[in-house]
Design a protein around this ligand. Structure first.
Ligand SMILES: Cc1ncc(COP(=O)(O)O)c(C=O)c1O
Length: 334
């Protein structure tokens, strides 16, 4: 295996903390719950994309590129972290954002503006469909653009989460988790964690909570992730072929679809804030935590288990969801 030979540029602060959520565990009547705080990666309010960008943008620098281009939703955490990383690395940044410009920028979009990137509103083309056109325009204008894939989910992005499992291994001092639960959306985090679990021979059940009803690819999401796992395995010289059976993608919590905040997400955000002083986000970690809470309440995760919730960031978008947030949900219960 050759991960150490793949170049990486430093953008965040690692290791991120590993903390125990004892009040949330107690409230739910067990199991022990731990959290890996990738919301504290340090780059522009943090998140899982910092890890991926350390590898992806090292490749951009190696290729002598001066401009990065990527795509996402108006409240994309990936775009916000890419904009910050580009600023730090002295590169121009072009973001293709789905929808129309809102009257007032909030949350991640506000931060994109602060990082002074170029924003292209793409209407109903929400998943980077227009990227090739902007890429060609930049080239024609004499720039050296580098395409950061949607969500930072390519082989280089996935490699960063193999590192993340190595990091976790160092931190947990002999403790074995029964489950690792996290939000899965464009698949790069999922792919890297699957590889890390395999390489470090971990027995935990790796549960990706699906965030989005649709994917942007022709392939079903499970197949897309499996393909990314196998391509990343090839990149690092790992002689093993993964199948769909190596992955768990739980799609029970997609509710009304991507970015639609419902009572479950509201409850998860409120409980985690009120019991632990930790902010989740409305789109990804709020939904994944709602999934974890339901898995515990329904007995699918048992009282004697030890669970790790991987906090992948996203809290800056809370500000853009002010009207949909309902933090009274759990008042009477706590
Ligand atoms: C806060 C947060 N959590 C989880 C994810 C999902 O990660 P991935 O795209 O690697 O599946 C994202 C992706 O944008 C995110 O912003």
């Amino acid at each position: 295996m050759h991960i150490k030979h793949i170049e990486k540029t430093s953008l965040g602060f690692f290791p991120t903390p590993l903390v125990e959520l004892s009040r949330l565990s107690h409230f739910l009547g067990g199991p022990k719950i731990f959290m890996k705080r990738d919301d504290l990666t340090g780059l522009a309010l943090g998140g899982n994309k910092t890890r991926k960008l350390e590898y992806i943008l090292a490749d951009a620098l190696k290729q002598g590129c001066d401009t990065v281009i990527t795509a996402g939703a108006a409240q994309s955490n990936h775009c916000r972290q890419t904009a910050a990383a580009a600023a730090k690395l002295n590169m121009a940044c072009h973001l293709l954002l789905g929808g129309e410009a809102p009257p007032k920028a909030q949350g991640n979009l506000l931060l994109d503006h602060i990082f002074d990137c170029h924003i292209h509103w793409t209407g109903t083309n929400r998943k980077g469909e227009d990227i090739a056109r902007i890429f060609s325009q930049l080239k024609a204008a004499g720039k050296k653009p580098y395409l950061v894939p949607y969500g930072g989910s390519n082989e280089l992005g996935a490699v960063s989460f193999i590192d993340a499992i190595a990091e976790l291994q160092e931190q947990k001092k002999g403790r074995e988790f029964s489950h690792v639960v996290f939000a899965s959306s464009s698949g790069g985090t999922h792919a890297g964690l699957i590889l890390g679990k395999h390489i470090y021979n971990k027995a935990f059940e790796l549960v990706g909570i699906n965030i989005d009803k649709e994917t942007n690819a022709a392939l079903p999401f499970e197949q897309l992730i499996t393909q990314l796992v196998n391509n990343t395995a090839k990149l690092i010289g790992l002689d093993y072929s993964f199948s769909k059976d190596d992955l768990i993608l739980n799609s029970d919590y997609v509710g009304d679809g991507y970015g639609v905040l419902g009572p479950q997400e509201n409850e998860a955000i409120a409980l985690t804030a009120k019991l632990e002083g930790i902010l989740l986000d409305p789109v990804y970690t709020g939904r994944a935590m709602a999934g974890l809470i339901h898995l515990i309440r329904s007995g699918k995760i048992g009282k004697s288990d030890e669970v790790l919730f991987w906090h992948t960031g996203g809290a800056p978008s809370l500000f853009a969801y002010a009207d949909a947030l309902d933090f009274s949900v759990s008042d009477t219960e706590i």
